[in-house]
Design a protein around this ligand. Structure first.
Ligand code: NAD
Length: 389
């Protein structure tokens, strides 16, 4: 109320002395809340910042105090477009020594995430990083160890485990509604980003950009993978992108990844930058089943994508048709990870997204590259707390 009404309006509304006392206590409360807001700095003010900035702004517990981009005009433009009222910087070093903040949100090219996240941790900042949180599993694990040693937190996207549909599917599996789980499949592709070259350069590729969602969903539902076999390829060796014109593609733009889970369960992820999909990124009405889970008593198919969930078809009967379940997204948005992690930091609670899960997915991506290059099955060492929900 103190936010919406001026002091004068409030006193006109009720002139009692009691109301004035109430007002001053509300103001005091608002001030206390303001002081308790988590101060966030965003690095990388490109495409995805158009999703993160407005989402972070929906939180009364978070304040964006800094925006940074090596193309500084982008930081300035986003500051203006979203009325952020933040300080703007051209380099991370300037930002780290500028306006104080608590958590950095990393939205830059994938290849520099690890180095930037390390700098932030060394400067005493918590980190939410877009995927991947580092370029290799070893680099990511070292970041987590560094964070722990400094009593800091680091998290990596995606936030697919937050959706009510993920929760529904996980509970169906955990409650044995599908019987003995055997197989699962996930797929995600489009015709590839057109704006930036990094998606196609070494360290980029469709696995860390797209397959990562299905890998997080399938391991989140079925448990950590023990080993990986994969085939990856480059279907389109040249692309034309906005920032660099015609480029040679160095990272895979087509991948099939087999995951071996415990108890004989096998899952499969296919992803790529050459998938015709008329819905593209506006997947609100997407009706395909992008995730399928099969057991010997039932199966489930996720409608939409795991990052843009529209419901789950549940089939557990020989004579009744499959039922459409869990249609309500409950406010879930794929870009909510930094907001939820930041709010959890402030409240002292634990968000559902777990950094060891992100590291496990990173190890899968690295193992898939190795398996494709060598033709060998690659064993994994990482685990994460499971079941997730
Ligand atoms: N675009 C999307 O819809 C989308 C969705 C989900 C996740 N992501 C992820 O978000 C990340 C960014 O993707 P994008 O599409 O926004 O790319 P983008 O190219 O549009 O933006 C990246 C920005 O980072 C800046 N940058 C690069 N290096 C920097 C550095 N060292 N310091 C400061 N700024 C730097 C670039 O100048 C650019 O403005 C990637 O990890 C991508 O996988 C993107």
């Amino acid at each position: 109320m103190a936010d919406k009404m001026s002091r004068q309006q409030f006193l006109q509304y009720t002139s009692s002395a009691g109301a004035a006392v109430l007002l001053s206590s509300l103001e005091g409360f608002a001030l206390e809340k303001r002081e308790k807001k988590l101060k966030v700095a965003i690095i990388g003010c490109g495409s995805v910042s158009n999703r993160y900035i407005p989402h972070l702004q929906t939180s009364s517990l978070i304040e964006i105090v800094s925006l940074c981009d090596i193309k500084p005009e982008r930081a300035i433009a986003q500051n203006k477009q979203y009325n952020v009222n933040a300080a703007t910087y051209a380099t991370i070093d300037e930002m780290l020594t500028g306006v104080p903040f608590d958590m950095m949100v990393t939205l830059t090219d994938m290849q520099v995430h690890g180095a930037l996240n390390k700098k932030a941790l060394l400067a005493g900042k918590h980190v939410w990083s877009e995927k991947p949180m580092a370029n290799t599993y070893a680099e990511g694990k070292a970041l987590l160890d560094l964070a722990k040693s400094r009593k800091l937190r680091i998290w990596g996207a995606p936030a697919v485990v937050n959706s009510p549909q993920f929760e529904f599917m996980s509970k169906m599996i955990q409650e044995g509604k599908l019987g003995r789980i055997a197989s699962a499949h996930g797929q995600y592709g489009h015709t590839g980003p057109t704006w930036s070259a990094f998606f196609y350069e070494k360290g980029g590729g469709s696995m860390p950009d797209l397959g990562v969602y299905n890998m997080a969903t399938l391991t989140g539902l079925l448990g950590p993978a023990r080993s990986v076999m994969a085939m990856t390829s480059i279907v389109k060796p040249e692309r034309t992108v906005d920032d660099k014109g015609k480029i040679k593609v160095a990272a895979e733009d087509n991948a099939h990844v087999l995951l071996e889970h415990d108890k004989g369960v096998i899952s499969h992820v296919m992803c790529g930058f050459n998938y015709f999909d008329p819905h593209g990124h506006e997947a609100g009405n997407q009706s395909l089943h992008s995730i399928q889970i099969y057991g010997d008593y039932g199966n489930m198919r996720l409608i939409g994508y795991d990052w843009e969930t529209n419901g789950v078809m549940l089939d557990t009967s020989w004579d009744k048709p499959a039922a459409l379940m869990s249609k309500d997204k409950g406010g879930y948005e794929w870009q909510e990870g930094a907001t939820k992690a930041g709010e959890a930091l402030l409240k002292g609670t634990e968000p559902r997204v777990n950094v060891e899960h992100a590291l496990h997915v990173l190890e899968i991506i690295e193992a898939a590259r190795k398996s494709s290059a060598t033709g060998m099955k690659v064993k994994l060492k990482s685990k994460f707390p499971w079941p997730v929900v």
